[in-house]
Design a protein. Structure first.
Length: 225
């Protein structure tokens, strides 16, 4: 009878395809090979840092364009003005500049401590940087008070108007930088999302830019007397 032959053939086919045991052909599971059941790759820290660098670069560019427009208006107004009375820069403004430059130096020292895994040293020196930034802003307020005591106000003449606009706009942007310094100082190293080193690096870019921008504005004010 042919029936046993057909049955034997079926059994051979099943054994060859692994249907009768666990050692046959198995369809691949999603995510095999990378240890991730979802099969999706997580973004690397480098790509995250690049995104934040791009963001801060665009912010810096927009701030730079804003101040360049102010500087252009300053130069045009000075060249065509008959009522331009130069503002004598108080000694305190030069002291404030030294404080701001010192804050850039301490920021880099703090970042070096962080790179050396000295978190305690990093936070200590980073706090000094934050204090220097706040001291600069307070010093600028005292500069305004000195000028006001001399009868020099924002509406006194075009030169004083630009002085207050330059220093005030820079102070507002630097205040944002102080907020970023405080955020980094209070941040835990093990926090998720942006790492402490990444936050310190991006904040450093902005802070150094604001320091350089202040030196540039100060030279414009000094040479524009």
């Amino acid at each position: 009878m042919p029936t046993p032959v057909v049955t034997d053939d079926i059994e051979i086919i099943i054994e060859n395809t692994g249907g009768g045991g666990g050692g046959g052909i198995r369809p691949p599971l999603r995510g095999d090979g990378d240890g991730d059941d979802s099969g999706k790759k997580r973004p690397s820290g480098g790509s995250s840092l690049n995104r934040y660098k791009t963001g801060i670069s665009l912010g810096i560019l927009s701030i730079l364009m804003f101040f360049m427009a102010l500087v252009s208006a300053f130069l045009v107004r000075k060249g065509t003005s008959n009522d331009w009375i130069p503002v004598h820069l108080p000694l305190l403004i030069w002291i404030n500049t030294a404080v701001l430059l010192a804050s850039s130096a301490t920021l880099e020292i703090a970042r070096q401590r962080l790179a050396q895994s000295d978190n305690a040293g990093f936070r200590k020196i980073w706090t000094v940087t934050t204090a220097l930034g706040i001291l600069f802003l307070l010093g600028q307020i005292f500069v305004w008070k000195q000028l006001a005591a001399q009868g020099i106000f924002i509406a006194s003449n075009p030169a004083s108007s630009f002085f207050y606009v330059f220093t005030g706009a820079h102070g507002l942007h630097l205040l944002g930088g102080v907020g970023a310094l405080i955020f980094v100082a209070m941040r835990k190293a093990e926090a998720r999302g942006v790492s402490l080193s990444m936050a310190a690096e991006v904040t450093g870019y902005y802070w150094h830019f604001m320091d350089g921008l202040w030196v540039f504005l100060l030279m414009i004010l000094f040479l524009g007397k």
